[in-house]
Design a protein around this ligand. Structure first.
Ligand code: CP3
Length: 342
């Protein structure tokens, strides 16, 4: 059992534990070496490869927890969506859902045997990972998953998903419910295979107004969280990027931990949730390009703002991007440990 679990259970910890979103990725030469030998999806499907890259940030950075190497989008495949990763472009869905008729292409009772690979990866990683490092499983939140299924890839305006949400709410909700149902089982499988906790990534929830988020996104994320809390008594981390002005609403769930991005100070986030949650965050990942003295000032501020709160897990406010200098990432892990030592 590791320090993340200790913080979540309210125990004393020797320092603020750290893990970083996208800690395994192209910014690391060791990742690029493995990636040059496999397609991205093959890396996710082959347990030994997923295990190898999951371990890289543990070995190289000595972060306090590992996150399963995978992606949020492969669970869309058994639902009938044609997912492809195109280098330089990112994930693409070749048959996006844009209207009621498109639902006919979806498989409403997907074969869950598809997820055997995730169980194999989780149990192999748990077997290799030292006991004091927690393993985090994850999934995308329904709204973020649906945004890829509907937009067909990344988006700037989210025009297709918002249009469907406003014009064809029934179609939108059918898709959201399918994703919700599959995600429950997918996350439960990861917990059963040995993950200590799971994180739900709502990377794009922040493009919604408070009203639209509460009506169209939050209930589905809450359904997954409540179901998991009943089925498996393990912690859930809920991260809604961009929740800032309606963090009080986003944090109103059964999640144990809420992720916070850099646009909301941690002291204000603790206030907004009445100190009811352990918080995770919140360095701007682009601050990793700053000189180390500047980074250190930002770490001091974050650790200071977290003092007096229910509990703090250090992280970034979003994932590490490919050109990030590895030495600055290592600097952050070491500095947080030094500055927060108690
Ligand atoms: O180290 C970890 O954090 C675990 C692995 C992980 C990946 N993706 C690996 C990945 C995790 C947790 C994710 C989550 C993910 N994927 C999210 C939610 C978090 C976030 O960043 O908002 C989202 C929105 C995705 C969708 C996705 N996958 C995009 C937009 C891209 C393209 C951008 C990019 O970085 O290439 C991916 C591909 C992807 N997922 C890569 C990795 C390491 C790069 C693929 C490659 O090597 O070519």
């Amino acid at each position: 059992m590791g320090l993340l679990l200790d913080v979540i259970e309210g125990k004393e910890v020797p320092y603020t534990p750290t893990w970083l979103m996208r800690q395994a990725g192209r910014y690391m030469p060791e990742y690029r070496a493995v990636r040059s030998q496999h397609s991205f999806l093959d890396m996710c499907y082959k347990a030994e490869v997923a295990c190898e890259v999951t371990m890289q940030p543990i070995d190289i950075l000595d972060v306090d927890a590992a996150i399963l190497f995978s992606d949020i989008l492969p669970p869309l495949i058994p639902m009938g969506l044609d997912l492809e990763y195109i280098p330089g472009t990112g994930p693409v869905i070749n048959n996006p859902i844009r209207c009621e008729k498109d639902l006919e292409r979806l498989n409403f009772s997907p074969d869950l045997k598809f997820f055997q690979y995730i169980q194999d990866a989780v149990s192999m990683i748990r077997g290799k990972l030292p006991k004091e490092k927690d393993l985090i499983g994850f999934a995308g939140a329904p709204f973020t998953m649906a945004s890829y299924a509907i937009e067909g890839g990344g988006s700037k305006s989210y025009e297709h998903i918002k249009t469907l949400m406003y014009r064809e709410p029934k179609t939108f909700h059918k898709l959201m419910q399918l994703i919700t149902d599959v995600t429950k089982t997918y996350l439960k499988m990861q917990l059963d295979a040995g993950a200590q906790m799971v994180q739900i990534f709502d990377s794009w929830g922040g493009v919604l107004s408070r009203e639209d988020y509460l009506k169209n996104a939050h209930p589905y994320s809450c359904e997954i969280i409540s179901w998991l809390k009943k089925q498996a008594s393990k912690p859930v981390i809920h991260f809604v990027k961009g929740a800032g002005s309606w963090f009080d609403a986003a944090s109103n769930s059964e999640a144990d931990v809420c992720g916070v991005d850099w646009t909301l100070d941690l002291d204000l986030a603790f206030k907004a949730c009445n100190n009811s949650k352990v918080l995770q965050g919140n360095l701007d990942p682009i601050a990793l390009f700053a000189p180390q003295e500047v980074i250190e000032q930002k770490l001091k501020l974050i650790l200071d703002q977290a003092k007096g709160g229910k509990g703090h897990i250090f992280n970034l406010g979003h994932g590490i991007i490919p050109k990030t200098p590895v030495e600055n990432v290592k600097f952050v892990v070491d500095k947080v440990r030094e500055l927060s030592a108690r």
